[in-house]
Ligand binder design. Structure first.
Ligand code: AMP
Length: 276
């Protein structure tokens, strides 16, 4: 595995490669990231991993300054996942002039977009920059961040970006908690409460399977998400991947939740295909 810190160095190494699989991350890698890397490894000649904590996707009161980092452990995981090139840009490398940014037009008025104004503009800006640097054949994103994935798919379609976007399943801890770099923030008590998020989603799926109305299911989900000392940020359903309202014609529903614990905000979701 080679570590690259400059755009020119990386682009020179990648010139003439047959197929490039790309996994953009913010580091502090876990098995969720590893699963994306394994899929990229299986489907491409070259695998590129980027680790960049992108400042423009953090709000003023968010965790940019304390976002967890561990370069040594990340490099070990990347090496064992078969990464060829690990790209570690700095803010100066990624935002040389900062004269232009990508703006989301629709789909960021719900879920995380509603709670984190400007977040997805920052995400699409950095993803667009990284796509132009790496020029991947395929790029791998987790359904853990289902709204982000849908917005990236929308951006790629609207801008005719020549990349294939791959949706990867959510990887969980043994007790059901979705793996996340931010799980490290949780206190012991919060860590015990957190698997309840997925339990609420499992119950929601059962209720939808039984044909219960969506609003009833959402109300029950909100009840199940009431953990002591935590607040529900949202528990909502939207059509997927349009992120518009669910109506009678909606085939796939994204039931997404965010819970604000004292020490971390956790998200999880269920993609539910009607009649499947
Ligand atoms: P992050 O480092 O949190 O920005 O995540 C980088 C990529 O890994 C994104 O595409 C995430 O959706 C994906 N990812 C994060 N956690 C998981 C998980 N538990 N399962 C699958 N993919 C994940």
């Amino acid at each position: 595995m080679k570590i690259m810190r400059s755009v020119a160095q990386l682009q020179e190494a990648l010139g003439g490669q047959h197929s490039i699989g790309f996994v953009p991350t913010m580091g502090f890698l876990h098995e969720g990231h590893a699963s994306l890397l394994e899929q990229a490894r299986a489907e491409n000649d070259i695998v590129v991993l980027s680790i960049f904590i992108n400042p423009t996707q953090f709000g003023p009161n968010e965790d940019l300054d304390r976002y967890p980092r561990d370069e040594t452990r990340d490099q070990q995981l990347a090496q064992s996942a078969g990464v060829d090139y690990l790209f570690y840009p700095t803010n100066e490398v990624m935002y040389p002039l900062d004269m232009a940014r990508v703006t989301v037009r629709s789909g960021d008025d719900v879920l995380c977009g509603a709670s984190r104004p400007g977040h997805f503009d920052g995400v699409l800006t950095v993803v667009s920059k990284l796509f132009n640097i790496v020029r991947p054949t395929r790029a791998y994103f987790g359904l853990k961040d289902a709204q982000q994935l849908a917005l990236i798919e929308g951006y790629v379609a609207d801008y005719f970006v020549p990349v294939e976007i791959k949706r990867c399943p959510i990887i969980r801890e043994a007790d059901g908690l979705a793996k996340s770099s931010r799980n490290v923030y949780l206190s012991d008590r919060e860590r015990e409460q957190a698997p309840g998020i997925q339990q609420a989603l499992v119950e929601a799926k059962q209720a939808l399977d039984q044909g219960q109305p969506l609003e009833t299911v959402l109300e029950k989900t909100r009840t199940l998400l009431q953990f002591e000392g935590a607040a529900i940020d949202y528990a909502e359903a939207v059509a997927y991947p349009t992120l518009g309202p669910v109506d009678a014609t909606t085939e796939t529903i994204l039931l997404a939740v965010a819970v604000q614990f004292e020490s971390a905000r956790l998200i999880d979701n269920l993609l539910y295909t009607r009649g499947a």
